[in-house]
Design a protein around this ligand. Structure first.
Ligand SMILES: Nc1ncnc2c1ncn2[C@@H]1O[C@H](COP(=O)(O)OP(=O)(O)OP(=O)(O)O)[C@@H](O)[C@H]1O
Ligand SMILES: [Mg+2]
Length: 411
């Protein structure tokens, strides 16, 4: 079913989370997430660039009646203490939630002392959030435990009017950071957080946790998958093909891009995916070419532009996170991961036996294959179907082949 057009169509935003009129469609998804939130906290999952943050902002920008929503991002949070600072800053920056903290005077002494000092020093304007965080961090020092203070803060939120939704973007990335630093502490945090959710199961505080790392295969490997098992799941899917075509048509119209009939369908066919971002990258390349040639867009333009530009050197940087993520997060598993992906560039699907051989031939221990595949699956590089492993999508495989694979002698 075609989704409803906005009053002013979506501009071709390529990169930042989209809001307002640029946030196209997804009304069914928004409604579904709200339904799930009525029942409990939700884990929103999807690969990078699939539109998670945009969806989360949509909930925060237009809360349902009776809900107060605050969004914050924890990608760079490395410890539970830092999370407490982010959470507190988010609450203080929110006009309605902040009023709850007026009750802080009746709150337990530790919390009141910590917040009282900070608030009188910095004030509470939203544009001061950076300063606020620094002051909160400094004020926290090595004092009372993060767990206690966070509990006290959440207890205050229970006294807000109506429901409170805390949207925590990149939550799984943060858990990954915790796991990378100190596994035992990370598990302690997850146990604590589950207890917090369960104690509050029936009442009015909810969490929407989302991010581009699927932390579950990693927790499974540690035998700890139960720690997130209480969360409702919401996998954000690409647009259906007919919606994808309607979306491309809406963007072309909003951008005033002249084009012949069939261009929108051809863009979707060539991108071969309903992820708005991938479509928008292709749209921006075809519009740039049409501008250069001072003419409208033609159907036969699309495929060569995809091959030469979208997959070409100009877009290498836009997708370089595929490559840099392995460097930054995989430690000793970076090389085995690259060996796996290099093997899958040449042929796929491959069985784990064949991949174990490839890893061993590359001079690494085949014993780390399971752990490597769990990470690659967590980050949506690969899909596993029983024993068969393949790239998660064709675009990533083509990108890897052109820009990162050593099996083709690049890099
Ligand atoms: N509903 C939408 N309407 C229009 N464009 C969208 C929509 N959702 C996503 N996009 C496109 O996808 C891009 C990325 O969106 P967003 O930042 O929400 O994704 P993400 O999944 O949070 O990405 P990351 O994993 O990098 O955090 C946007 O810049 C925009 O081009
Ligand atoms: Mg995001």
């Amino acid at each position: 079913m075609a989704q409803q057009r906005e009053a002013r169509g979506p501009a071709n935003v390529v990169g930042a989370a989209v809001r307002g009129n640029d946030f196209w469609g997804r009304s069914d998804d928004v409604a579904q997430v709200w339904r799930q939130l009525e029942r409990g906290s939700v884990l929103l999952t999807a690969p990078r660039r699939h539109g998670k943050s945009s969806l989360m902002h949509a909930l925060a920008d237009a809360p349902r009646d009776g809900w107060t929503v605050e969004y914050f991002d924890v990608e760079y949070v490395q410890t539970p203490r830092e999370l407490l600072v982010e959470l507190t800053a988010a609450v203080l920056a929110h006009d309605r939630l902040r009023t709850v903290l007026d009750k802080v005077k009746q709150a337990p002494g530790q919390l009141a002392r910590w917040l009282g000092g900070v608030v009188s020093d910095v004030g509470l304007a939203r544009d001061k959030i950076g300063e606020l965080k620094i002051a909160l961090r400094d004020g926290l020092g090595d004092g009372p435990s993060w767990a206690e203070l966070t509990e006290q803060l959440l207890t205050l939120l229970d006294h807000a009017d109506g429901h409170v939704l805390l949207v925590i973007d990149e939550f799984p990335m943060m858990v990954g950071n915790f796991l990378d630093r100190e596994q035992a502490d990370a598990i302690h945090f997850l146990k604590w957080f589950r207890a917090v959710r369960q104690r509050r199961g029936g009442d009015r505080l909810r969490f929407l946790l989302g991010g581009s790392v699927n932390i579950e295969p990693r927790l499974e490997l540690l035998g700890q998958q139960a720690l997130l098992a209480d969360l409702e799941r919401f996998p954000l899917r690409p647009l259906e093909r007919s919606d994808a075509e309607a979306f491309v048509a809406a963007v072309l119209e909003a951008e005033g891009a002249r084009h012949e009939i069939g261009v929108a369908a051809e863009i979707v066919r060539i991108a071969d995916c309903g992820v708005p971002f991938f479509l928008q990258v292709l749209i921006s390349e075809v519009m740039a070419e049409a501008r250069r040639q001072r003419r409208g867009l033609l159907v036969p333009d699309i495929e060569p532009i995809y091959q030469d530009r979208v997959l070409g050197p100009g877009n290498r940087a836009r997708f370089s996170h595929y490559h840099s993520r392995l460097k930054e997060h995989y430690g000793p598993l970076e090389e085995p991961a690259r060996l796996v992906l290099d093997a899958l560039v040449l042929d796929q699907p491959l069985t784990t036996r064949v991949l174990a051989d490839a890893v061993a031939r590359g001079g690494e221990s085949a014993a780390v294959l399971d752990e490597t595949l769990a990470l690659l699956e967590s980050d949506y590089y690969v899909d596993r179907d029983g024993d068969r492993v393949r790239f998660a999508n064709g675009f990533l495989r083509s990108w890897w082949m052109r820009h990162a694979a050593r099996s083709r002698g690049r890099l």
